[in-house]
Design a protein around this ligand. Structure first.
Ligand code: O7M
Length: 214
């Protein structure tokens, strides 16, 4: 069975922790990013883990020179179980993060193609090369779009790595369109369709049940 990763992009700590309590039974991991961390600080990761004891991945899409990437990874991975990096900045920049993560036994996840329409212009043309690079660098997983199931399949085949895939729900992607491609090491990311739902618990339950039907 693939796993469900909640994208917790809310701006209020109390709200974030309340949602975690509500959906805890149905999620396998939590992805936090700039919205929540800029609003509440990195300490929120510890508070989330105290409630749900699940993997928390920091989606900072790190995209800088190696020495800066290294500093960002060192601070982030004191708190988070994994960190998301951009690949287009080059092998050396990703490797700098990977070295930090390896020492701490944490995960590095690399973006290949993004899920939004604007990704078609600059990132889609290089996404297959990025997937090859991810394979070469042996990162832990790649980010691929649920909004384009054929691209998801293509990039997964090239990298031959676990995937984490955003785009289901608010961005129009459908679980049924990607189910065939998902394996037990893969994560479906869902944000707004859970945390903005009238009943987040029930929304998470429904996504979990759909994923279970693999
Ligand atoms: O379900 P949503 O659309 O509310 O949230 C999707 C989450 O996935 C949100 O946190 C985005 O920042 C993130 N995301 C994308 O939507 N598209 C991408 O191409 C990549 C990501 C992402 O998680 O990158 C690591």
């Amino acid at each position: 069975m693939a796993k469900l990763m909640l994208a917790l992009d809310v701006l209020d700590e109390n709200k974030a922790l309340k949602i975690i309590e509500e959906v805890n039974d149905y999620i396998d991991a939590v992805k936090i990013g700039y919205p929540l961390v800029l609003a509440c600080g990195l300490d929120v990761i510890k508070k989330i883990k105290d409630i749900c004891d699940k993997e928390v991945i920091a989606d900072f899409k790190v995209a800088d020179i190696p020495s800066t990437n290294e500093k960002i990874a060192k601070i982030t991975l004191k708190y988070a179980d994994g960190i998301i990096v951009h690949g287009f900045v080059g092998e050396d920049s990703v490797k700098a993060v990977k070295d930090v993560a390896k020492n701490l036994n944490k995960k590095v996840i690399m973006v290949t193609e993004m899920s939004h329409p604007g990704a078609l212009k600059f990132i889609q043309p290089i996404a297959e090369e990025l997937a090859e690079m991810a394979k070469k660098l042996e990162v832990d997983a790649i980010v691929v779009p649920s909004t384009r199931p054929q691209r998801l399949k293509r990039l997964k085949n090239i990298a031959n790595l676990p995937i984490i895939t955003p785009g289901v729900g608010a961005q129009g992607g459908k679980i049924e369109d990607i189910l065939n491609e998902l394996g037990e090491d893969d994560y479906v990311i869902v944000g707004r369709a859970i945390y903005q739902a009238e009943d987040p618990k029930n929304a998470a339950k429904k996504f979990k049940e759909q994923i279970k039907n693999i």
